[in-house]
Design a protein around this ligand. Structure first.
Ligand code: NAD
Ligand code: TYD
Length: 339
């Protein structure tokens, strides 16, 4: 019989965290999840609609508040999986303070709480962006030995969080595992990120803003494949190790935009080149060989199947999109792109 594992997931009302919560409950019939999330502009209880109530407990709380974390974290919890973060690079360019607070201070608070409560394993969900930008050559990849060179305030705050997690392992012998993934796409992504923005604007026949020359490269992965890798790292990863996660799917932004427009049957004339992002990283590409070898993990979706699923989800969930695109999104959109 499967062991009844307990998870404390932070940021589980966000895009990736909510997918992870669903995955754990579906794949591990005896698992229980405490989902701790502050419900910032990016957190959305709609993302948890239909999640089984008996094995899932939602707690609204801030990862920077030690008392709130400690009062919800049971002693001996098997896994603390830290997704909670400010996650949008463009927002970090407007203002970095909240990124330092949540991503750095929040991770330290969680590490301290995990140690106090003797949590079995701490999983830090990080990003390829901590390694900065690769040269524009098809044979350059990030591996686990690539040096840290974060270029945006977001990436710098995630790098700092990783350093704290690493130090907790080294100093306090905590069991810590880190995953570093590339750009996720899929259902329930907050609409200001590139792919959902592209989908929503194209469907509404509105211009799709492409930064700079559109030749920046990102390595795209379907969100559930990323979550399977995080779960594999939690269950099979080696303490103190980091695992790069990617689906060998590095593409220029312009290619991504054209694929989506073609699938939607929309004209490429909708693409609108706009002013580049300051400090825009040119190229990300991940070598996932270590995760494949040591975790026995492989992505299940191809770019084509993942995109088709994503487009279908947004088509079938217009109400979710409408609700997510009201409120904080509107103010941000005006500030970032003008009227
Ligand atoms: P998201 O912005 O959609 O969700 C973040 C969640 O964290 C939200 O539910 C929000 O309410 C919650 N949160 C924010 N501040 C909090 C606080 N102080 N206390 C408690 N909860 C708080 O982000 P996402 O895209 O789902 O990313 C999740 C994680 O994965 C992040 O750590 C991010 O750095 C990492 N990551 C994301 C990507 C990507 O492509 N989106 C790629 C690699 C890694
Ligand atoms: P984004 O989704 O913000 O993720 P990240 O910055 O973490 O990679 O952006 C993905 C890529 O798309 C990035 O190269 C910036 C670009 N981009 C645009 O060209 N236009 C946009 O409106 C946005 C939001 C992003």
């Amino acid at each position: 019989m499967e062991q009844a594992r307990t998870f404390f997931v932070t940021g589980g009302a966000g895009f990736i965290g909510s997918c992870f919560v669903r995955l754990v409950l579906a794949e591990m019939p005896a698992a229980r999840v405490v989902n701790f999330d502050a419900l910032t502009y990016a957190g959305n209880l709609d993302n948890l609609e239909g999640v089984e109530e008996a094995r899932h407990r939602f707690v609204r709380g801030d990862v920077c508040d030690p008392e709130a974390v400690l009062s919800s974290l049971d002693g001996g919890t098997d896994f603390l999986v830290n997704f909670a973060a400010e996650s949008h690079v463009d927002r970090s360019i407007h203002s970095a303070a909240e990124f330092v607070r949540t991503n750095v201070l929040g991770t330290q608070v969680l590490l301290d709480a995990a140690r106090a409560r003797e949590v079995g394993r701490f999983v830090q969900v990080s990003t390829d962006e901590v390694m900065g930008s690769l040269p524009e050559r098809d044979d350059a990849f990030f591996d686990e030995e690539s040096p840290f060179a974060p270029n945006s305030p977001y990436a710098a705050s995630k790098a700092a969080a990783e350093h704290l997690a690493r130090a907790a392992h080294h100093t306090h012998q905590m069991d810590v595992v880190t995953t570093r993934c590339g750009n996720n796409y899929g259902p329930r992504q907050f609409p200001e990120k590139f792919l959902p923005l592209l989908l929503a604007n194209a469907r509404g026949d509105e211009p799709v803003p492409v930064y700079g020359d559109g030749r920046n490269v990102r390595d795209w992965i379907y969100v559930e494949d990323h979550c399977r890798a995080v779960l594999a790292a939690a269950l099979k990863g080696k303490a103190g190790e980091a695992y790069n996660v990617g689906a060998r799917n590095a593409r220029q932004n312009i290619e991504v935009a054209e694929s989506v427009l073609d699938l939607l049957g929309k004209p490429r004339g909708l693409l609108k080149f706009v002013k580049d992002r300051p400090g825009h990283d040119r190229r990300y590409a991940i070598d996932p060989a270590k995760a494949e070898r040591e975790l026995g993990w492989r992505p299940r979706e191809s770019w084509e199947s993942g995109l088709r699923k994503t487009i279908r989800w947004y088509e079938e969930n217009g109400e979710w999109v409408e609700r997510a695109r009201s409120g904080a999104y509107r103010d941000y959109y005006r500030k970032q792109y003008g009227e």
